[in-house]
Design a protein around this ligand. Sequence first.
Ligand code: PEP
Ligand code: MG
Length: 576
Amino acid sequence: MIQLKGIAAAAGISIGPAYRLDKEEFIVPKQQISQGDIPLQIQLFEEALIQTRREIIDLQKKIAKDMGQDEAEIFDAHLLVLEDRMLIEEVISRLKKEQVNVAYIFSEVLKKYINVFSKIEDEYLKERTADVNDVGRRILRNLLGKERKGLEDLKEKVIVIAHDLSPSDTAAMHKQKVSAFVTDIGGKTSHTAIMAKSLEIPAVVGVGEATLKIKTNDILIVDGGMGMVIVNPDAETLGIYQQEEEKLKGIAERFVSAKSLPAVTRDGKIIEINANIELPDEVPAVKLHGAQGIGLYRTEFFYMNRKGLPSEEEHYQAYKYVADQMRPYSVVIRTLDLGGDKFLSQFEMPAQMQPFLGWRAIRFCLAQPDIFKVQLRAILRASVHGNLKLMYPMISGLEELRQANKILDEAKEELKARGIPFNKDIEVGAMIEVPSAAMTADILAREVSFFSIGTNDLIQYSLAVDRTNEKIAYLYEPTHPAVLRLIKNIIDAAHKAGIWVGMCGEMSGEPSLVLILLGLGLDEFSMPASVIPEVKYIIRSITLKQAQRIAKEALSLSTGREIAEFSQEKLREVLG
Ligand code: PEP
Ligand code: MG
C-alpha cells in the first residue's frame, strides 16, 4: 500500500480499479462508417498528413538553427515516411474495403509496419522502425485531434490516471465510466479540475508521480477532498474509507434540507445562488441541486470535441434549450473564452510562451469578429426564449469593453436587417478577472449592467501564480489580503454605480469563504451545482450583520493563512 499526496481538485471518495492513460497512448476506437463517409475520412487522412508534414518541417528548421544542418537532416527520413505510397495506399484501400474510421485503420497499418521493420535483419532498416513509429504517432495525434474520440469509449468503470488531461479530454469523459481521475500535473482551478466538479466525480491533480507509481488495475482510493490517493490499500484502510464515504453522505444530507429553500440570511437579506455549467446537458442536475439560475455558462466547451466550429443555428438551439429550461430564472452566457488552458482541435492557435497572458478570451474574439458575431447573434436570438444575459470574459479596460459592445451592436443590426426578433434590452456584463479591471471597476461600472468576479483568473493574475501549475499551488491563495481588497473594491464600485455584482470563480463555492463574501456585499454567487445546498445552508444560518463583522475582521488580518484559518473557525461557529 502506498499513499500519494496531491492537490484536492474535486471532493468526494471513489474506490476502484485504475486505468492508466500513458502519455503517448492513444485509444483508437473502431467505428463502422457508411459508404458516404469515405471521402470525408480520406480528406481527414490527407489533412493529417499535411499537418504532420508542416510540423516536421518546422521542427527541422528549428533544429537546423539551434543544432546545425546535419542534425536537421535526420528528419528527412521522417518526411520520406509521410510520402510512402505503399503505406498511404494501404490505408485508403482498407478504408474503402472495411468501412471503418480512418484513425483505426491507420493505427492497424502502423502496427503492422512497425512489426515488419523491427524484424528486418538489416541494421539500417531496423533503425527506421523508430522513424516510422515517431511519424506514425504524429499522424495519429493529428487524426485524433480532428476526429476526437478517446476517454468516452471506456468500457467499464475506472479511475483514470494520466500525466495530464486537457479540459476537452475531461469534457469528453463519460461519468458512468470514469468514477474519478488523478493527474501528475495541474492546479486546483485548472479547467480540468473545474470540469471534474461539474461531472461530480472526485479528482486529485498535481500528484507528481501518479503515472509512475500506479499501474492499470491497481486498486485505488481517491479522496478528492483531502487530495489523497491510496494505492492497493489493505483491508483496514479500505474499511476506514468505506465508513468515510458513508459519513460524507450523512453530511450532504444535512445540507439537502436547504436546497429548495431561498438563500436568505436570518435578518432577511436575499442572495441569488446560481450554478456554473459547461454544457447544456448539465441543466437537469443543476436544477436538482437547487440552483436558482445559471451564473456562468462556459460556452467554449460547446466548441470542443467536434468537427468544425458550431454554426449560428447550433449555438441558438443550445442557448434556447438552456433559456427555456431555466425560465423564469436567469442564465448568464459567457462569450467564448478560448486560450489559456482551453484549445480547440479545429482552430489552430499559435503556440504562446504564456498562454494565460496571451491571445485569449475577449482578445481572441475581438480579433476574430466573424467567429464572435456568430455567437453573439445566436445569444441575441435565444434571448426571446427566457431570461438571458451576456457577459464578456477577461475585460482589461474600457476600450476593450467598448469594442466588444460595438461588435454586439453590429450583430443586433444584422438581426434587425434579417427581421429576427431579440431582446433589445438584454443585460450585458463584464467579468472582472484582470487586476486592471478590478482597479478601474468604477469606470467600467458606468457602461455595463452587472459584474461577475472571476476569481480563478483574478487570483492567478494578481498573485502572479499560474492556476494550472502544481509546483506553486501553495501560493494560490483566495484568502490573500490582496485578493480580498480587490474583491472589496469591485463590489463597492459596482454598488456605487447602482449595478449588481456576482462571483462565478470557484471561490464563491468555498463554504468557509461564503461568510466573508456575504459580508463584503456580494449579490450573487455562482458555483459548481453540487455545493449549492451547503452554501444555501450557510447563508440561512447567519445574519448579514454578523457576516459584515466577519468580513471587516478578515480584512484587518495580514496573511492568506491567517484569513483562511479565521474563516474556517467562523464557519465552525456558525454551523455548530
Ligand atoms: C474565473 O476566471 O474565475 C472564471 C470563472 O472563468 P474561467 O474559470 O472559465 O477562466
Ligand atoms: Mg476566467
